[in-house]
Design a protein around this ligand. Sequence first.
Ligand SMILES: [Zn+2]
Length: 305
Amino acid sequence: MSFSLTILGANSAQPAYGRHPTAQIISLKNRNFLVDCGEGTQIQLSKYHIKRSKIDHIFISHLHGDHFWGLFPLLDSMMLAGRKKTLHLYAPAGIWEFKKLYRQLSGNFDYTYPIVFHELHADESRIILETDAYTVSTIILEHRMPCTGFLFQEKPADRKMIGTKIEAYQIPYTQIPGIKKGANFTLPNGTIIPNNELTLPPPAPVSYAYCSDTAYTESILPIIQNATLLYHEATYLEDMKSVAKERGHATAKEAATIAQKANVGQLIIGHFSARYHDLTPFLQEAQTIFANTALAEEGTVFEVG
Ligand SMILES: [Zn+2]
């Protein structure tokens, strides 16, 4: 299954040195999910040739402006482009209040396409979107206001049938779907052929955990454990650890410590403070703890798994 992440922006509150506030595209099963929508997101979408019309789900982690100031221009552009299909918006309740106020101040206009609003609650992790192939769940983060991350997780695929066994045991095709799901096969004489003789295990399901603004907290470890790819904010370097904690943010070293404790496959760090021009020290600091770390540089595409 195709599953990738494109970084559109990874700076913190202020754009600086050509870096934009937070926004990402997750491409999964031929769908594009927009995660956070900082100022300039639609310009970044154009720059990286991602069509607005292909986005049907938008997730907003929290109500600090650098994570949603790009949302309403994007919603307007979708309307101006003649959008008719439904858009799903997952966000804290305040976003819907913004939308209502904007509508009121703009002469009672409303969007020409349906927007289904899914209110996020930052109290406990829950599944907010589920299909046959994947789930999206919230991750409860520790920030200065309610804030949720998002876990995109493949469901385990069916086991793979060993073709030669079908003929060898004369397995009727009607039984194959059940065997792929783990059933044994019984021969006409009553002998049971165990499933592991008939099938091979599927590839391990892969996952992407997005941990937006958060202080260092080990409370997220259970839900992100063994994630294939983890994005964790790293607003500051370790010498500003106390400032980071006070502002509900993390350092590069703390992000790497979380990655190590969660045993993830790869770590991406972002949400860099505008005080830093050169990001190399972030990478160096994180890699002292977790070697497989990358910077969330705009335009970079990371394959998940
Ligand atoms: Zn924030």
